[in-house]
Design a protein around this ligand. Structure first.
Ligand code: ADP
Ligand code: MG
Length: 626
């Protein structure tokens, strides 16, 4: 018989190191992971056997068995599920074949460096690398397995130190036996009472019986009924949390638990969780939803497109319905009207429950800061629920601290304001300092400060909210004239002293002369109606993308999009007035360039010619200081 020796993928080795060291205090977790895998394996065979009954070989009495052997210091976790063949073993227990592995490894290394054990634990849970938890308690792990429908059995064995062996193994029963050679500090797991306690704590909700076999004696350790089928009143918060850990591959606590049952035209049960922590793959390009679909408690798929929309991909949990046929194929699930109906009901319920949490502002902020950026995708993807989602949204504002809702925004609007103003950018602090909002602030008009990438997209579709349109301040300086200043708006005390107006004609000539200096660097120079304290600001033209959007696209190497740049000048500012008085004169070009560069810096753009900027600034300082 040949024995193959293979190496773990590098990421697995790293992981093993963490599992064994960082999670040292959480040893119980190994059993939960192995029982969870055994239960998944049974679920998969049960599903496959619907179309191919012969696969069960007459044994469809699915269960998980725990068999301690005190003399040999062995604990076996056995199932009669789908099993694995050689290639499955090598792929599943030697590599991490999932998307995002590299990013996961990076994140893990970062956690390791910062010594944050809980975060490392959470990451590991999310990544679904549970099997390796076996090495927390075992110096050697043997996996003896035979895949349903195949004759050849296999044995995988490893001490968790970089490699493993695989060899054929005759007379293996169908399913998988995980044999743990327990370390001396883990012998407690040979005791029936310990196993009973751990199973009760972590695996009570497993649908199958988890049976302890001690000699002749056998006893079932869990309730062995799917948690979501039990009455709410009989389920403790701890049980919900443990179920969430199991179904969501998570270690955090759920932020929200929604357990619902719908009857009528369609019947279904949903047990759905909003996590507290952001899953590491939340922004993966596939944007896959994560709910598991069951039909009459038989697991069908965890990849049911269309069950809930992508903007709710952070939800974890299960949906179970008796209204789909058990032998429903994955193809049949695509574009399935029943699935869509269930999804619609579920989404309505979940959004409603999320909304109810908003009363507790601090608690709601936790959710919003974790998942708000994802939920906002729904504003332009889910036409039907746009208003509901906008109600759930929270924003930073130019006039208030903390998060505000749109209705809070509307309540505070001054007379004459008919739009919801916003500005997009990289950070709230930079936006607060952006001269583009000066005129709005002076009149007491609030501006929403948007810093998520997604904000560029939904705002460009400008869906109205309660009949108020969204308007970018970059394009709305002209609106200000129509709006009456609020009584409590900041008086113009820090406005530059007004020593008489500069004639409009002079400002016009100044703008033209500056434009001439800049050439193609800016599309236009024009007098501003929004500036109060700053001399200049840079805004985008009203066609095409915003300046922030252009920077975002550039950062992603998408260079095609170009925003027009318009330099607005403040006719009331002393610097602008002084410059207007000497348009085209000595030092005019240098002053013009300095103003443009200043506007660029404030907007978050690079200065085009840093050396020239520095030379000009030094010259000005010399004049001022000497
Ligand atoms: P996950 O359960 O999140 O996929 P694990 O590390 O727990 O990650 O398991 C890795 C893979 O190994 C599983 O996806 C499954 O394919 C396989 N596996 C583990 N345990 C069993 C088992 N008892 N029976 C069949 N396959 C198993
Ligand atoms: Mg697992």
């Amino acid at each position: 018989m040949t024995v193959e020796t293979l190496h773990f993928q590098a990421e697995v080795t790293k992981l093993l190191d963490i599992v064994v060291h960082a999670l040292y205090s959480q040893k119980d977790v190994f059993l939960r992971e192995l029982v969870s895998n055994a239960s998944d394996a049974c679920d998969r065979l049960r599903y496959a056997a619907i179309t191919e009954p012969a696969l069960t070989e007459g044994d469809a009495d699915f269960k998980v068995r725990l068999i301690p052997d005190a003399d040999a210091k062995l604990l076996t976790v056995a199932d009669n599920g789908i099993g694995m063949n050689r290639d499955d073993l090598v792929e599943n227990l030697g590599t991490i074949a999932r998307s995002g592995t590299a990013r996961f490894a990076e994140a893990l290394a970062a956690q390791q460096a910062s010594g944050d054990g809980k975060q490392a634990l959470n990451l590991i849970g999310q990544f679904g690398v549970g099997f390796y938890a076996a090495f927390m308690v075992a110096g050697r792990v043997d996996v003896i397995t035979r895949k349903a429908g195949e004759d050849q059995g296999w044995k995988w064995s490893s001490d968790g130190q970089g490699g493993f062996t695989v060899e054929s193994f005759d007379s293996a029963p169908r399913g998988t036996r995980i044999v743990l050679h327990l370390r001396d500090d883990a012998l407690d797991y040979l005791k029936g009472d310990t196993l009973a306690r751990v199973v009760k704590t972590y695996s009570d909700h497993i649908d199958l019986p988890v049976v302890l076999e001690e000699g002749e004696e056998t006893r079932t350790l869990n309730a062995a009924s799917a948690l979501w089928t039990r009455p709410k009143a009989e389920i403790t918060p701890e049980q919900y949390t443990e179920f969430y850990h199991h179904v969501g591959h998570a270690f955090d606590d759920p932020w929200l638990t929604v357990h619902m049952h719908a009857e009528g035209a369609i019947e279904y049960t949903g047990l759905v969780f909003v996590p507290s922590d952001r899953p590491f793959d939340l922004f993966d390009p596939d944007r896959r939803q994560r709910l598991k679909l069951y039909v009459r408690r038989v697991f069908i798929t965890d990849d049911c497109e269309g069950l809930v929309p992508s903007y709710l991909r952070f939800l974890k949990g299960v949906v179970d319905t008796p209204d789909l046929p058990l032998n429903v194929s994955r193809e049949m699930l695509q574009d399935n009207p029943l699935v869509r109906k269930i999804g619609r009901g579920l989404v309505g319920k979940v959004l409603g429950e999320i909304g109810k949490q908003a009363e507790d502002k601090a608690r709601y902020a936790e959710f919003w800061e974790t998942f708000g950026a994802v939920l906002k995708e729904g504003i332009y993807e889910d036409f039907e629920r746009r208003a509901t989602i906008l109600d759930l949204c929270r924003f930073r504002s130019s006039l208030r601290d903390g998060w505000i809702s749109l209705s809070e925004y509307l309540e505070a609007m001054p007379e004459g304001q008919d739009a919801i103003y916003y500005l997009t950018g990289d950070s709230v602090d930079a936006l607060k300092a952006n001269p583009q909002i000066e005129g709005f602030t002076a009149k007491g008009v609030e501006v929403l400060l948007l810093t998520d990438t997604i904000d560029e997209f939904w705002t460009s579709m400008a869906p109205p909210y309660k009949d108020r349109r969204f308007a970018s301040v970059a394009l709305s300086g002209g609106d200000l004239a129509k709006i009456a200043a609020k009584a409590d708006a900041p008086e113009a005390e820090d406005k530059p002293a007004d020593d008489g107006p500069t004639a409009e004609a002079d400002i016009h000539a100044l703008a033209l002369a500056m434009q001439e200096v800049f050439g193609p660097e800016v599309k236009a120079v024009k007098a501003s109606e929004r500036l109060t304290t700053s001399p200049v600001c840079l805004v985008s033209g009203d066609a095409g993308v915003s300046l922030h959007m252009e920077r975002l696209l550039k950062a992603h190497n998408r260079t095609g999009a170009h925003a027009d740049r318009i330099l607005e000048i403040n006719p009331k500012h002393p610097v602008i007035k002084a410059l207007a008085a000497r348009t085209g004169g000595d030092g005019f070009a240098d002053a013009a360039w300095l103003l443009l560069d200043q506007a660029r810096i404030v907007e978050g753009e690079p200065v085009a010619d840093a050396a020239a900027f520095s030379r000009r600034l030094t010259a000005v300082m010399e004049k001022g200081l000497l």
